[in-house]
Ligand binder design. Structure first.
Ligand SMILES: Cc1cc2nc3c(=O)[nH]c(=O)nc-3n(C[C@H](O)[C@H](O)[C@H](O)COP(=O)(O)OP(=O)(O)OC[C@H]3O[C@@H](n4cnc5c(N)ncnc54)[C@H](O)[C@@H]3O)c2cc1C
Length: 410
């Protein structure tokens, strides 16, 4: 049955929910406190990398981060310790084990296929520079390269590249790069183009947008939300989706304290000499730096800063990313740079938080996609829209029970 849904938050997750509901014939309104021109879904690396890539909370992560910290190259920075950060870090450490890794990789595989199918369909409907050309994990440390290469010989979707082959595909790297592991099934896209053209496409298909309007609370009646409230307006609907990314203040109004933390990241987008431009998306594995080719530019992304939610930045953070990269790349000019920061809504186990609210069942949460929001947003949009379309409770949804952090004990 067709219903009226208000989606609060027009990042990639909110737009994906709106898209799936619109396709199923529902009336959808997206409300955003901004004008949807520069949220976290715009300035990220744009990797669609659900396959063969381990989650952040994996065995060995703590030792390798400490090693990088000693070399002053760590992407991780903790700005101020609060009880919530301590709890988050504790959960992160607890989840960095082999058993969790195995489970997460299987889940990523399952929901990655759903995502890829949707992106393939969406690419037929509007342009976002989508390339299913794989992602190369670039190594600068011989020991970790040798270790990770072991299982590749028999792996159908991984290929080991030596320095020569890596340089052929990424002329910007130098001889200090020991090699790379090419993950064949992953993809990349231009996130700002995706977001801009997605909004235009949804408007054309009848989705309404109410911008520059912050939802601050709900009006509740008989265990349901009746209206979403801004400072001076109210919006009535049958269902409400909260997809507010790293800002969880609205979710708290339902009595839920989502176990996620804003994790600040940085990107530099610039024009690069064509001769040095990578031919495929690169992820410098030992440094946690993305280097992504785009039709008219390249984008470098990095850093994971916990403990604040402040969009301002110091240029020294960008310089530190470039200095970390410098020993492993040829010298290149950074032409017409654009500097950007955004916040990943990061859960401690890389598992998203989605499903019906336990107190108000016509409120649905769609959040916590962390460093993989572009990757999994279409899958989450698909799953959340199904709950509404088929009027399914959490406990009757295998997908919620399997993939939502609400049911993973943290
Ligand atoms: C440097 C960096 C690199 C990244 N690289 C990748 C990558 O390569 N691949 C990948 O898959 N992911 C990547 N990510 C992660 C990805 O960008 C995020 O997971 C994703 O953008 C989050 O989308 P979202 O819709 O949840 O949140 P957002 O994009 O933050 O959107 C949330 C929206 O909600 C609105 N909002 C908040 N509160 C309210 C309210 N109360 N009322 C109304 N509106 C509200 C905000 O204005 C905002 O527009 C990266 C992130 C960073 C920072």
């Amino acid at each position: 049955m067709s219903s009226k849904t208000v989606v609060i938050g027009g990042g990639i997750v909110g737009l994906s929910c709106a898209y799936m509901l619109m396709k199923k014939g529902h009336e959808v309104t997206v409300i955003d406190k901004s004008d949807i021109s520069d949220n976290t879904s715009f300035g990220n690396a744009g990797l669609v990398s659900p396959f063969e890539e381990p989650p952040l909370s994996r065995p060995g992560i703590i030792t390798s981060t400490l090693k990088l910290m000693l070399k002053n190259q760590s992407p991780l920075l903790i700005n101020g310790i609060s009880p919530k950060i301590i709890k988050w870090l504790w959960q992160f450490a607890k989840n960095a084990n082999e058993q969790r890794l195995k489970r997460t990789l299987i889940l990523f595989e399952k929901y990655g296929e759903i995502t890829m199918n949707h992106y393939e369909q969406m690419a037929k409907e509007f342009e976002f520079d989508f390339h299913q050309t794989g992602v190369a994990m670039v190594y600068t440390d011989m020991e970790s390269f040798k270790n990770d290469s072991k299982e590749c010989e028999t792996h159908p979707y991984k290929e080991v590249w030596d320095n020569r082959k890596t340089k052929e595909m990424a002329p910007c790297v130098n001889e200090k790069v020991v090699g790379s592991i090419f993950l064949k099934r992953n993809a990349h896209l231009n996130p700002a183009m995706l977001m801009t053209n997605f909004v235009t496409y949804l408007k054309e298909k009848g989705v309404k947008f109410i911008l520059n309007t912050q939802i601050i609370n709900f009006e509740f009646q008989n265990g349901k939300a009746k209206k979403a409230l801004s400072k001076d307006q109210s919006f009535e609907a049958d269902n409400f989706i909260i997809s507010t990314g790293s800002d969880v203040s609205l979710s708290r109004k339902t009595g839920v304290d989502l176990m996620l933390t804003p994790a600040k990241g940085y990107s530099i987008t610039f024009k690069m000499d064509k001769k040095l431009k990578p031919k495929t998306a690169l992820l410098f594995k030992d440094q946690f730096i993305g280097f992504i080719p785009r039709s008219d530019s390249v984008r470098i992304t990095s850093k994971l800063e916990l403990g604040n939610h402040d969009y301002s930045y110091k240029m020294s953070r960008f310089e530190s990313i470039l200095n970390t990269l410098k020993p492993f790349v040829e010298e290149f000019e950074i032409k017409e740079p654009k500097y950007w920061t955004g916040f990943r809504p990061l859960t401690p186990n890389d598992i998203p938080l989605f499903g019906r609210d336990e107190n108000y069942d016509n409120i649905l949460h769609a959040n916590g996609l962390g460093w993989l929001g572009i990757t999994f947003a279409p899958a989450i949009g698909d799953l959340v829209s199904k709950l509404i379309d088929k009027d399914i409770e959490n406990k009757k949804s295998d997908d919620v029970l399997l993939f939502s952090g609400f049911y993973q004990g943290c």
